[in-house]
Design a protein around this ligand. Structure first.
Ligand code: FAD
Ligand code: MLT
Ligand code: ZN
Length: 529
């Protein structure tokens, strides 16, 4: 058997779809699933200060609406004829979850959400919108963290929620081909049947779509081992603003036939085309996984431990994550999850994956013995049981959720040279002082990716102005990137120049003009005003 043609797992999908529209949560009994079961937005929605809607983005950020048409009765008739009324969703309440982001920090005012099932339907929608000058916001699982996934004004939302078919799994090459709306976790479970895994894992896996992952070039917890989606994605099918379908669906590992256009859609956040299908190279699922959880006294020790892990664990190291004390206090305090270690200023998660459990465990134990012995690591525990590993992972993966419970989160996702990694947190903590409830740092230290977060009880413009552009200036001075993995979306687009040259920005604008001459695809996102 080489290629297994199959369809998306209806069971998982069915269970997911039973939850509130636009807030698709998984019912799978895993830590990541549980994370999203107690979805913060839902929590706020039902329990908090009586679910106050966040301010409209256009008002909070004083945005000028582009010269787009407003959706008319005539337009609705076209959409309803194409998709039926069931897949043409109207009404403020029905659209609320799709107009507001996961963080509940930005809100649009779209009046229509479309749910195509096929590439042809997407093509018909975009072609119509382009001809009628209607702006469009592509939406996957709406877990994006930079305000890219929701409209700013009244853009038509085109959701991939019903584009969830797996087309094939090639078990010789390990390539899965599927539609863009497959939920990451469901897709991973699907390929698990063939001993494969999706080379991407993130806390939002129970809700985010693979098309959303590709469109944001999501990084996640195992980029250290499997690299970025620019390497793992072999093929992309996308629909341009004009409705033209661009088929770059190669499933070959090697294909040097001219410009590799698929890369334009990876990470362009729905501004150049709507991704409808992808082909992904899936590595073998590891037979053995172990997780070490460490407590450390200094950030210098964190860096030295990472270096020692690379040297001593080598090819079995699959994740290297970092949590500071303030983040740990947040996740323990706000979500009541208990850490197995006492209090330390810094914590690390080191995961190993391989084909021989005994060999990996021995290596990990030797590593722990040597780092504990030398004093680099102050305390540590190793878990191999799935439930124990899940509990430790929850401490890391649920920080974003825990932070939201403070009130409002100001979220930064920075790439930094490692020697500067934690200095940014310290400097910003001093800069913000008691103006914020919390200033904390965590993230993918193995990839040089810091998640720097501040919280306050509610949104305060003065706090935002104290953070921005200071945080971007700091980052730029050490040649870091102001967006490591979340993208620019709406919130960061005007700061792009801190990480990209004028020449590069101009070329991006020219590409946008070429591929979307009327600018209907995700306006107000990625490119600066
Ligand atoms: P959406 O949020 O729906 O959309 C994101 C962007 O992509 C938008 O600009 C949207 O317009 C565009 N888009 C979506 N689908 C398509 C499509 N088919 N074609 C064209 N454009 C499209 N991100 C990381 O990188 N690493 C992490 O570790 C990580 N962890 C997270 C943990 C939590 C708890 C949460 C809530 C988010 C996390 N994220 C992380 C951010 C987010 O999950 C990712 O950006 C994810 O890839 C978004 O996928 P989505 O389907 O939800 O896309
Ligand atoms: C993570 O790694 O946890 C995510 O990118 C989300 C966040 O930055 O909070
Ligand atoms: Zn992250």
């Amino acid at each position: 058997m080489i290629i297994i043609k199959t369809r998306m797992l209806g069971l998982i999908r069915g269970r997911m779809m039973s939850v509130m529209a636009g807030r698709v949560l998984t019912a799978l009994p895993r830590s990541k699933a549980r994370l999203l079961t107690s979805h913060p937005s839902q929590h706020l929605h039902s329990a908090s200060s009586s679910c106050q809607k966040c301010e409209l983005t256009s008002k909070r950020y004083n945005v000028q609406r582009g010269k787009f048409s407003a959706v008319s009765e005539h337009d609705l008739k076209f959409f309803q004829e194409l998709l039926g009324s069931h897949r043409t969703v109207l009404g403020e309440e029905e659209l609320e979850g799709h107009n507001t982001d996961w963080l509940r920090t930005v809100r649009g005012a779209s009046s229509v959400l479309l749910k195509p099932k096929t590439t042809e339907e997407v093509s018909a929608i975009l072609s119509y919108c382009d001809q009628h000058q209607l702006a469009v916001c592509p939406q996957g699982g709406n877990t994006g963290l930079v305000g890219g996934s929701v409209p700013v004004f009244d853009e038509v939302i085109v959701s991939t929620a019903l584009m969830n078919q797996v087309e094939s799994v090639d078990t010789w090459s390990g390539v899965v081909t599927c539609q863009a709306g497959c939920v990451l976790e469901a897709l991973d479970q699907h390929v698990a049947q063939y001993g494969l895994m999706i080379p991407l894992d993130l806390g939002a896996k129970g809700s985010c779509h693979i098309g959303g992952n590709v469109s944001t070039n999501a990084g996640g917890l195992r980029l250290l081992r499997y690299g970025s989606l620019h390497g793992s994605v072999l093929g992309v099918e996308a629909v341009l603003a004009s409705g033209e379908v661009v088929d770059c669906m190669s499933a070959m590992k090697k294909d040097n036939t001219g410009y590799d256009l698929k890369h334009l859609f990876i990470g362009s956040e729905g501004t150049l085309g709507l991704v409808t299908k992808v082909a992904i190279n899936c590595p073998p699922r590891p037979a053995a996984v172990s997780l070490a959880f460490l407590g450390l006294q200094s950030f210098d020790n964190v860096l030295k431990t990472f270096k020692a892990a690379k040297d001593q664990l080598g090819e079995i190291l699959s994740s290297c994550e970092f949590i500071d004390q303030s983040s740990m206090e947040c996740v323990e305090g706000n979500l009541k999850i208990k850490s197995p270690l006492d209090e330390y200023p810094y914590y690390m998660l080191l995961e190993t994956s391989g084909s021989n459990g005994d060999h990996d465990e021995e290596k990990l134990n030797n590593f722990l013995e040597s780092t504990l012995g030398s004093g680099l690591v102050s305390d540590g525990t190793v878990a191999t049981e799935p439930s124990k590993m899940a509990n430790i992972w929850a401490l890391r993966e649920r920080i974003a959720e825990a932070l939201i419970l403070d009130g409002y989160t100001y979220k930064y996702d920075i790439s930094l040279p490692l020697p500067h990694f934690y200095k940014l947190v310290e400097d910003m903590r001093e800069h913000l002082g008691s103006n914020v409830v919390r200033c904390c740092g965590y993230g993918h230290v193995g990839d040089g990716n810091l998640h720097l977060n501040f919280t306050s009880r509610q949104y305060e413009k003065e706090i935002l102005e104290r953070i921005e552009p200071a945080v971007y200036e700091w980052t730029s001075q050490v040649n870091g990137s102001i967006s490591a993995e979340h993208g620019l979306g709406f919130k960061k687009r005007n700061y792009i120049h801190y990480s990209k040259s004028l020449g590069a920005i101009n070329l991006m604008k020219q590409m946008k003009k070429l591929m979307d001459p009327n600018g209907i695809l995700n306006p107000y996102k990625v490119l600066p005003d």
